[in-house]
Write a protein that binds this ligand. Structure first.
Ligand SMILES: [Zn+2]
Length: 290
């Protein structure tokens, strides 16, 4: 496989096949993925000479990770921010930088990556590259077949917490992986200080009008939501509340399930909303997205 034909799913699948085989053959634990170790072996898997030779913790203020070459680009170094408290974020960052190495190292000389929320000034091409590296990390750390087996008919924050533990990723990374493929109408909202920091909808929720445009918008949490209720810190199974609390154009009788936990990072609140499969929350005079 040459660099130009590799895509994020292909690269992740190739490495996952090898990890699967090696863990079975040597009776090793398959998850979480040891990205540091894998990064050092990646060049030999693909038959490349310019290997990642070091993965190091570093004091890189304002950044989460970097991928840097030596002078003649014969070796690469992955750095990750040593001050990140969560091991899940460290693992995801290492995998993101490995993604840049696998997919983008012929497009740019070096990669300096911050939290997505702090990367407003990127060109569309740079945004695409960052999203691509995130997709690679997500597919590598949480392979689809294995992930799907962890999610049975009941979806709640208990289940996603178990996934986060299994794969060694943050709770939000585990939920985003599910939102990417589920046919359920579900919305993840991360908030801080009573306002939405960002939100992400599954494809079917988006099509039903259940989404929030948080970029460059200040959106307060709805006053009757569980998210805004400071007296309740955790509700992993969720409670039913009126759909109108979150979506003003919801049918009066529609209810949704709202779940909530406090994030271990940045004092944020993680909220997951599950809407009924038949629900539409578009304003009546608004045309749908097909
Ligand atoms: Zn990046």
């Amino acid at each position: 496989m040459t660099l130009t034909t590799l895509t994020a799913p292909k690269a992740a699948n190739r490495l996952n096949q090898i990890l699967e085989t090696v863990s079975l053959a040597h009776d090793l634990t398959r998850f979480p993925v040891n990205v540091e170790r894998l990064a050092l072996d990646t060049a030999s898997v693909f038959g490349w000479k310019d290997a990642v030779t070091e993965v190091q913790s570093a004091d890189i203020k304002g950044l989460e990770g970097c991928l840097l070459p030596n002078e003649n680009k014969s070796q690469w170094l992955i750095l990750y921010n040593g001050n990140m408290k969560s091991q899940g974020r460290v693992r995801f960052t290492q995998a993101h930088e490995l993604g840049h190495y696998l997919l983008h190292r012929q497009q740019k000389d070096s990669f300096e990556c911050a939290n997505a929320a702090d990367m407003y000034n990127l060109s569309q091409e740079e945004k695409d590259i960052e999203a691509d590296a995130d997709r690679f990390a997500s597919y590598l750390l949480m392979p689809f077949d294995d992930y799907r087996r962890q999610i049975d008919s009941i979806v709640n924050l208990e289940v996603f917490g178990s996934c986060a533990n299994r794969y060694g990723v943050s709770l939000t990374a585990a939920i985003l992986r599910w939102l990417e493929y589920t046919e359920d109408k579900a919305v993840l909202v991360v908030s801080r200080g009573g306002f939405m920091s960002w939100a992400w909808s599954s494809a079917s929720a988006f099509k039903a009008g259940a989404f929030f445009r948080t970029k460059n918008n200040v959106i307060p949490l709805p006053s009757n939501s569980l998210a805004a209720d400071d007296s309740i810190k955790i509700e992993r199974n969720g409670i039913n509340i009126a759909g109108k609390v979150w979506f003003q154009h919801a049918e009066p009788m529609m209810s949704l399930r709202e779940m909530k936990v406090e994030s271990d990072q940045f004092d944020s609140i993680i909220t997951l909303l599950i809407l009924p499969s038949v629900a539409d929350v578009w304003p009546s005079n608004f045309s749908k997205v097909d």
